[in-house]
Design a protein around this ligand. Sequence first.
Ligand SMILES: Cc1ncc(COP(=O)(O)O)c(C=O)c1O
Length: 385
Amino acid sequence: MKRIYMDHSATTPVDPLVVDAMLPFFSETFGNASSLHSFGTESAEALSRARKQVADTIGALPEEIFFTSGGTESDNLAIRGVVPFNAGKKHMITSVIEHPAVLNTCAFLEELGHEVTYVPVDTDGVVDVDELEKSVRENTVLISVMHANNEVGTIQPLEIISDIAKEHNIYFHTDAVQSVGKIPVNVNDLGVDMLSISSHKIHGPKGVGALYVRKGTTISPIVFGGNHEKGIRSGTENVSGIVGFGKALELASERLEEDSLHMTRMRDSLISSVFDTISDVRLNGHPSLRLPNNVNISFKYVEGESMLMMLDMQGVAVSTGSACSSKSLNASHVLSALKIEDDFIHGSLRISLGRENTMDDIDHVVNALLETIAKLRAMSPLADK
Ligand SMILES: Cc1ncc(COP(=O)(O)O)c(C=O)c1O
């Protein structure tokens, strides 16, 4: 049976060129980058090269890049490294549709006595910028709004939010885990002070990522130890992982235009084929301000989990809601925030495309969807027969 992977927002296969770049760093160039002998300096040089690859991709300086264990840690570091360390400024602003890495960090800070405003979004998933501006207080220290949403793919107006942050002298962080490698990401164009990236979403290895921290931003560590990463993130660096991450980002930026065009074509073809052939369907997220690889679509009268299982039996891997919440049966907090009717929320699928998918894959998936929906609706007492 042909197997088709269309869950690239959850994770991606590691590119063979990335694997090649990493291999020597397991058993040949294995030194601890802090060691003073040549084994160590070779690893330290590899880290410097990777730091430059990451910095170049997002228009930053190498010294503004701090390697972490991934997007979750980068989000934690940006928020927990800034909010508690600004005496008298106890308030931060975020959006209701952030990834749990941001939302659960905010909930933790609230338990410690900090104040968080969660700004709503419109029915396309765009953050309400007027509400955001109204929620600015004298004691607001940080705004954290994601670049692109991991479930519905909506791209946020970060430039406008950055102007608000600058006007009020507030730090601005964005979680760019889903946007890097899909759309242009430049820290100066976006006007952000901090930006989170994860390697495994861009055909790099898992367990590695980075936080960009603009020069002049005061940040405290959340992990203490031997003062690696200039004391901001202690712990012996994952050299092979970081080398792979750097290579993956370099490839992603070289191929950005080509990949983005390819994914946009597949995305639009998938959406129009589904709308042409299946009734009672809804596209979730913004119709045009969305990631080129994201299709989040709801089918009335069917359960997302049943669709996922039946598609999996046909070799097609997709997701309901986001990967992190897909094991819970609660309605997705993102789809709820978009005020999508219950009937549609429970029948939603996230199909996230990758550079290795083809137009043939799209045809295959559309046919599998047609068959799946027809079977499930035939069993549903609610569906029109
Ligand atoms: C928007 C967003 N932020 C953060 C993360 C967490 O990244 P990581 O898996 O590297 O910890 C994810 C992963 O799904 C994500 O989609």
